[in-house]
Design a protein around this ligand. Structure first.
Ligand code: IMP
Length: 196
């Protein structure tokens, strides 16, 4: 069974492909399809944006689609960057720009800077959407460390760990991450539905 993953984020694509390895589902990313569509995320919740992305891609290919809308919520910043995590420092900002902005905004707050990642995973095949949420709790540090992963990984230390997410191999991140939690539930539902 083939499912398209509606993302242009190569870090997310790698993680989710890894989570579906050794199942009968083959995950195909937009990059694999040579599609560089930029879907406008006009929603105000993770669910709305996940649905917008999945439906936009389903309407093109008429093939089952999964999507992920995710972000980082920092307590001392009243939940920011939240749904605006990808473009927090501006329209065409880099991951480093976002990390610098977060560190600057936390400058006058005391440690620990409690935070959580949220992933909204969603499956859509033209019928009713299936969706699950996963969370990963931890704290933000002010000196980025590590080169794996993407986004805010270099400044996020999960609870119970000494390393940042960017210092963990993908397999290790996939045992604890918000995305692993949401997609493991989604994977079980999809496999049951497809009986594969
Ligand atoms: P979107 O879901 O494509 O709107 O963007 C999610 C954004 O949240 C990413 O671009 C990252 O900035 C951040 N993010 C989500 N999940 C992770 C993660 O696992 N590690 C680091 N940053 C993440």
């Amino acid at each position: 069974m083939k499912i398209i993953f509606a993302t242009q984020n190569q870090g997310k694509a790698k993680e989710v492909k890894n989570l579906f390895e050794r199942t009968k589902i083959k995950i195909v990313s937009l990059a694999d399809l040579g599609n560089d569509i930029d879907i406008e995320e006009t929603g105000t919740t993770f669910y709305e944006n996940a649905f917008i992305k999945a439906k936009a891609i389903y309407d093109i290919y008429k093939t089952p689609v999964i999507s992920d809308d995710s972000g980082l919520e920092i307590e001392q910043l009243d939940g920011r960057p939240g749904v605006y995590s990808a473009r927090y420092a501006g329209e065409s900002c880099s991951f480093d720009d976002n990390n610098r902005k977060v560190i600057a905004e936390l400058k006058d707050f005391s440690h620990p800077h409690r935070a959580k990642f949220i992933s909204q995973a969603l499956y859509y095949d033209g019928g009713e959407a299936i969706a699950f949420v996963g969370e990963l709790h931890g704290r933000i540090i002010d000196k980025p460390r590590g080169s794996f992963g993407f986004g805010y990984d270099p400044i996020f230390i999960p609870d119970g760990f000494a390393n940042t997410l960017a210092e963990l191999m993908i397999e290790e991140k996939n045992t604890i991450s918000h995305r692993a939690k949401s997609f493991e539930q989604l994977r079980a539902k999809i496999l049951a539905k497809a009986q594969v």
